[in-house]
Write a protein that binds this ligand. Structure first.
Ligand SMILES: *Cc1c(COP(=O)(O)O)cnc(C)c1O
Length: 394
């Protein structure tokens, strides 16, 4: 047991956070780090964005919480705006990604239930996926590192190998309700689903009467350079979970659905005490004010491309440390040769923070507001870290 009174569930880096300014994180010892974790793709607008600070403090003077027994005007507005920019007609607000996914799973089961097919209650998921740490989302992702010791897990999830469409076809049966996929696996190592596969999955769902469910908890809200990553593929889902970037650092998740897919979610079928509370809604609406403003997503695409080119140069110069650039927009990853956590530790010593992912990848997730100059600074620090790690040439 550690000296901390908190659960020992996290392998925390020896860095205590004090405050943040845009892409910069300042530790309690005064040391400044370039923060390319963005709180794991959460701080979409960086730290302490003036519009978010203003929205939250202004709302804090009015009302914090009232419960979903009443109309929350901020919810009506945010739901309408999310629907207007997406495939969705209906939105359910939650507090986290896992809760948004739980709502997605329940929505899918209820859809078939009210259609007279209660037996269609199984969802197909993929290896390497991550959907959260609740029991149902653990059962969906089936990552043995996350599930060990937590049996019994809820039933209702069938898993196939990521990218194996033949196995997928074999897995579809009379009890299949839908397919759940991340357009880019984040925790799984920044593994992208090709557009052709997204279109094939949509086609299979249409043909077999299945719901196409996307987990965009990490990829949503502009992270890949489109508002939602599915927009790159040209097809739309029936149900989608989003969270991380939506609150810009305030806990906020949402489940979006078409009116048809959401038709089973009638009065009293689902609920949450905190979900969609006025503070969260004020911040979520302020995030959308910025992300949906003219030119913002163009900026994400442009700096994303710039970052990717720079990372490719880093790979060329340090083949013993990293050998592959992955991702889209500002959801990028580098595949490492030494253990990724070792690489991250040396980077931290050089004042640059990034995030570990599966498949021995480090995720480079700058805030969407990052500038080319900040990317230059970050890459210079990474360069310094990689040079320090390189074996001394004879
Ligand atoms: C982070 C994440 C989740 C879980 O979100 P929490 O807010 O931690 O519950 C679910 N799905 C994906 C794709 C994620 O990246």
């Amino acid at each position: 047991m550690s000296a901390s009174a908190t659960f020992d569930t996290y392998a925390r880096a020896p860095l205590a956070v004090e405050r943040g300014e845009g892409a910069w994180l300042i530790a309690t010892d005064g040391k400044r780090y370039l923060d390319f974790t963005s709180g794991i793709a959460v701080n979409a607008l960086g730290h302490a964005h003036p519009k978010l600070v203003a929205a939250l403090t202004e709302q804090a003077q009015k009302i914090w919480h009232a419960s979903n027994a009443f109309v929350i005007p901020g919810q009506e507005r945010l739901a309408q705006r999310l629907a207007a920019v997406s495939f969705a007609d209906k939105v359910f607000f939650a507090n986290s990604g896992a809760e948004a996914m739980e709502a997605a799973i329940k929505t899918a089961r209820r859809y078939h239930f009210v259609n007279g097919h209660p037996e269609k209650n199984r969802l197909i998921t993929f290896t390497g996926s991550f959907h959260g740490r609740t029991l149902a989302t653990l059962a969906a992702a089936k990552n043995p590192k996350h599930t060990e010791g937590f049996d019994p897990l809820p039933d209702g999830f069938d898993q196939v190998e990521f990218g194996d469409l033949k196995a997928l076809m074999r897995a579809i049966g009379p009890e299949t309700a839908g397919i759940v996929i991340e357009p880019i696996q984040g925790e799984g190592g920044v593994r992208r689903v090709p557009g052709s596969v997204m279109r094939e999955l949509r086609r299979i769902c249409d043909e077999r009467g299945l719901l196409f469910i996307l987990d965009e908890v990490q990829t949503g809200i502009g992270r890949t350079g489109k508002f939602f990553a599915y927009e790159w593929s040209g097809v739309t889902p029936d149900i989608l979970a989003v969270a991380k970037g939506l609150g810009g650092g305030f806990p906020l998740g949402a489940c979006l659905a078409t009116a048809e897919a959401a038709k089973g979610m009638t009065s009293f079928t689902h609920g949450t005490t905190f979900g969609g509370n006025p503070l969260a809604m004020a911040v979520g609406n302020a995030v959308l004010d910025v992300v949906l403003a003219d030119g913002f997503l163009d900026h994400v695409q442009a700096v994303g491309l710039y970052l990717k080119q720079k990372l490719a140069g880093l790979v060329d110069a340090h083949r013993a440390i990293v050998d592959e650039v992955r991702g889209e927009g500002l959801l990028t990853g580098l595949h490492c040769l030494p253990p990724n956590r070792e690489v991250l530790g040396v980077m931290r010593e050089h004042g640059i923070l990034a995030v570990a992912a599966g498949d021995n990848v480090i995720r480079i997730l700058p805030p969407l507001t990052v500038t080319e100059a900040e990317i230059d600074e970050g890459l210079q620090r990474m360069e310094g870290a990689f040079a320090a790690m390189a074996p001394v040439q004879a």
